[in-house]
Design a protein. Sequence first.
Length: 304
Amino acid sequence: MAALPTYASTAPLNIVATTGMIADMARTIGGDLVSVKGLMGAGVDPHAYRQTRSDIVAMTRADAVLWHGLYLEAQMEDFLADLGRKRPVHAIAETLDPTRLVAHEDYDGRFDPHVWMDPDLWVQCVPAVVDALSDLRPDARGTFEANAEAFVSEAGALSIYAREMLLSVPTERRVLLTAHDAFGYFGTAYDFEVLGIQGISTESEAGLNRIGELVDLLVARDLPAVFVETSVSDRNIRALVEGAAAQGHEVRIGGSLFSDAMGPDGTYEGTWLGMIDHNVTTIARALGANAPPGGRLGKLRAAA
């Protein structure tokens, strides 16, 4: 690891996180002892994201950089590897037990990076953030651990809510069809069949044959809804809806899901807890479950 930077012990740690999900975890665990800048905001696709000049400046000046890893930030990997020789740089998701991960369908030797979709798996990344912050402020480890414990407790409550809502969806309707295959861990956790027009990365191409196959599946299985994603174009999903309509089957867009990015800053959906609550509630309601419109805590603005 690179030498730790020097900083004023009374000043908040200057942390840069690549994704919103990691930034949210760092803010929650660090509390008032950190100042966190997230590089990728609402609607940003991390698979295709390239660091900007201002990103480079922010990362080179940070006390530590937290990134996801698992080839999520594919276009940034070389830069982050180089930066890691000079500054503390931590690939948070790469600390997970690889036996809990799913092989990447497009790249040999790599894994599906979308681990934040399963609350029980995502909280396994918490110790890495606690350790990264504690390396810089050893005297504050107890505070970081207490904040982490509270975060894990909330994630556990969210997991229970998600399981209750999603398992109340009729078995024949437990099919989640989205723009790209970001929900594999979600499907495993909640017994859903997950289908994406594109593969795990949004950089993969969606062919006409794939769209045609999915249209036939929607019609044959009488599925009621498909879902768009906030960080991916809705063009292919709308092609599915139109294709099904041409065969006499009405499929509606069940809602917009947060896949690779959270909601707007300052909103409940702009937190990881809110992001997952929104997704769970939107999916459950669109597919026939009696989920509350406001979600687990009544804080959601626009669930389906």
